[in-house]
Design a protein. Structure first.
Length: 289
């Protein structure tokens, strides 16, 4: 690997490590630098942010920007490499994508649950969507669900409002913050008045994190049918917004954080010219029809 490309990839690793320290990830997760390309193309100054590495995102990464910048790395929230591979051929979409990235000098980094857990990360962003304003008005506290890690990190959050809020208003705030027209809502049985005082939160598939939490509402991307039934039977409302819909809206914040960290990389001469972009083609695979 040429020195310049090695420096760039290492700078991205260090910067992302400060944004979302890898030791905050869950033990089962596969995070960090997952693919290190042996070279970068000329004028490789772009870092592309995405939730998933789909074919449309890959094609976007392969296309130079209007000022001819090429892609040096993809920061992919979900790790495209999760289970061990016994071969690398063109026979499957995943392996084809990996080989295409290698052939085009594109490295891949994934933060996943480290970015969920870190203070100021995805779950804190979800919690902020439920406040009355950007200053957190109306929220009395945001607590950690599960094991609390260093620096106020943890895999889930629990929002406690200063006073009870109508369920429909909480749902409206979530839809507005996530930019969604439709969500799925299960109303807890036996609840005479749909007033919410507390909300358990986990981005993505949050059933294993929030299923035992004491809260009036569970706010996550997806839960299994039986997890929803169990929550409703206990009188807990469940708000499901789609797995990646609870994650994608954080990418602009990640862009800002990563740019700030890259600018501190004194060994990287081209830091000021780096372009960090949020993918325009990344989208949840499911749509309501």
């Amino acid at each position: 690997m040429a020195t310049s490309s090695k420096l760039l990839v290492n700078a991205i690793k260090r910067a992302m490590g400060r944004v979302a320290p890898l030791h905050l990830a869950e033990p089962w997760d596969n995070v960090g630098l997952l693919l290190e390309a042996p070279f970068t193309k000329p004028n490789a100054r772009r870092v592309l942010l995405t939730i998933d590495l789909t074919d449309s995102v890959l094609q976007e990464a392969l296309k130079p920007t209007p000022d001819e910048a090429t892609t040096a790395a993809i920061v992919c929230y979900h790790p495209p490499l999760f289970r061990p591979l016994k071969s690398l051929t063109l026979s499957t979409p995943l392996q084809n994508s990996m080989l295409t990235c290698i052939a085009n000098g594109i490295s891949i980094y994934s933060p996943h649950t480290a970015l969920d857990s870190v203070k100021g990360g995805v779950n804190d962003w979800l919690a902020s969507l439920l406040s009355e304003d950007k200053q957190g008005k109306g929220i009395r506290s945001v607590e950690i669900l599960g094991e609390e890690k260093e620096g106020g990190a943890g895999i889930g959050r629990k929002v406690v409002f200063s006073e009870g809020i109508a369920l429909d208003e909480v749902v409206r705030r979530a839809k507005t913050g996530l930019g969604l027209k439709h969500v799925q809502l299960a109303r807890g049985s036996g609840t005479a008045s749909p007033v919410v005082q507390s909300v358990a939160i986990c981005a993505g598939s949050g059933g294993s994190v929030i299923a035992d939490a004491e809260a009036d509402l569970y706010f996550t991307g997806e839960m299994s049918h039986h997890e929803v039934l169990a929550a409703v039977a206990r009188g807990t409302h469940v708000l499901l917004c789609g797995h990646s819909n609870t994650e994608r809206g954080y990418l602009p914040t990640l862009r800002t954080k990563l740019l700030e960290e890259l600018k501190t990389e004194t060994d990287l001469a081209e830091a000021e010219s780096l372009e960090v972009e949020v993918s325009q083609t990344d989208a949840d695979p499911l749509e309501i029809v």
